[in-house]
Design a protein around this ligand. Structure first.
Ligand code: SOE
Length: 391
């Protein structure tokens, strides 16, 4: 079947875990959603020609490049999708925006506030010419999360007072798990804080519609040295005999306030033994509560405090009805969506915004706000003092 829609040619930089997830999204978005533009998987870029060619064949990309600068210069690329470690985000995104390409950039937006500021300035300049930029906080597009935001916006839980958020993983709980780029500050910027803490910062701000205004936090690195990885395969690679330093945090905890006065308690760790990808968020308001756990991602718990005490209780909503956000395009009720669907919804929303000429969310400015919270937690951990988040 040939599409009569105008094409949006995508060039993706990086093809590991995130590149595979984004490729899946570009493949499925036009097949399940009625998109105004037809994404074309034009070219994928990686440093090693042979591996990049293998990735292109496996993931469905038409061509390859081994230098992202070449990809950014190509006339047959409309959108640059950045799936590389954080140390390269700013340079690639700023060059792509200057070349008039729309940009989708993986999270966290950058490794420093300064980089995120420069990226936001570049995105705001590009927006004047109709060029769009978006940061990939993909969990916003989990239907249960989108429903939670709707319920808060409709006032169903009243005034928000408590926000409790955890992102729990355990993939390096074993001290012999090897080093990878995610444990290297020069590449990743920070550890659990930026990699997964960034998600719960974004999600809680997204669900409540309020920004975090101040924080007090602590970072901890439990295992300070690990075997050097021999390969960049999967999250943790495979180990050699040499050992090297871990230069990022293993875990981050912080408390803070949201605009409007709600209290937040946050925890991000790669040492929660037995927890694989548990994003747990609970919001308590004056009229009710919401609770979510990504390990049961098709479910949202909702407590309505206006119900009679004798029959009130947390309601377990299976978020798979056609009327639920994004779900109508997929399977019959109860059949459930997975991790990858968030990436497809992200591609759908980005393509739609580009076609409509509107600002996709989360914007680079939203990514900058998250970056400022991350930096404030780090500073607070060093100084043992509360930090305000600059606006
Ligand atoms: C690794 O901790 C990781 O892949 C994160 O980088 C992703 O953002 C998250 O979705 C899953 O875990």
């Amino acid at each position: 079947m040939t599409s009569t829609r105008p094409t949006l040619a995508v060039g993706m930089v990086g093809y590991a875990f995130m590149g595979a997830a984004h490729s899946q999204a570009w493949r499925t978005a036009p097949r399940f959603f009625d998109l105004p533009l037809a994404p074309a998987m034009q070219v994928v870029c990686g440093r090693d020609a042979e591996r990049t060619a293998a990735a292109a064949a496996r993931l469905g990309w038409a061509g390859t490049e081994t230098d992202w600068r070449r990809l950014v210069e190509r006339d047959d690329v409309d959108l640059v999708d950045i799936c590389t470690p954080g140390d390269t985000h700013a340079e690639i995104a700023i060059a792509a925006l200057a070349a008039g390409k729309h940009v989708l950039c993986e999270k966290p937006l950058a490794n420093t506030v300064e980089e995120a500021e420069a990226m936001t300035a570049a995105a705001e300049e590009a927006a004047q010419h109709g060029v769009r930029a978006m940061v990939g906080f993909t969990y916003r597009r989990v239907p249960a999360i989108a429903l939670a935001r709707q319920l808060v916006a409709e006032g169903r839980i009243g005034e928000v007072r408590h926000v409790r958020a955890q992102y729990l993983q355990d993939w390096i709980a074993d001290p012999e798990a090897p080093l990878s780029w995610r444990l290297d500050k020069t590449k990743a910027g920070s550890g659990a804080l930026g990699d997964i803490g960034a998600h719960i910062i974004d999600l809680t701000q997204h669900i409540t519609g309020r920004l975090i205004s101040d924080v007090s936090g602590r970072l901890e690195t439990f295992v300070k040295e690990r075997p050097v990885a021999t390969e960049h395969a999967g999250l943790s690679g495979s180990a050699g005999t040499e050992r090297g330093p871990v230069t990022v945090d293993d875990a981050a905890v912080f408390i803070g306030h949201f605009d409007g006065g709600a209290l937040g308690v946050f925890e991000a760790t790669r040492f929660a033994t037995g927890r694989k990808n548990a994003i747990r968020i609970e919001v308590n308001g004056s009229a009710g509560s919401l609770a979510f756990d990504f390990e049961d991602m098709n479910v949202l718990h909702f407590y309505d405090a206006s119900e009679p005490a004798e029959t009130a209780g947390f309601r377990r909503i299976i978020v798979t009805e056609p009327g639920h956000p994004y779900v109508g395009a997929w399977w019959p009720p109860g059949h459930g969506l997975g991790y990858e669907h968030g990436f497809t919804h992200q591609a759908v929303d980005l393509v739609t915004a580009i076609a409509e000429g509107s600002q996709p969310a989360p914007s680079f400015a939203d990514g900058l706000q998250v970056q400022r919270v991350l930096a404030a937690v780090e500073t607070s951990s060093e100084t043992h003092a509360w930090q305000e988040i600059p606006r």
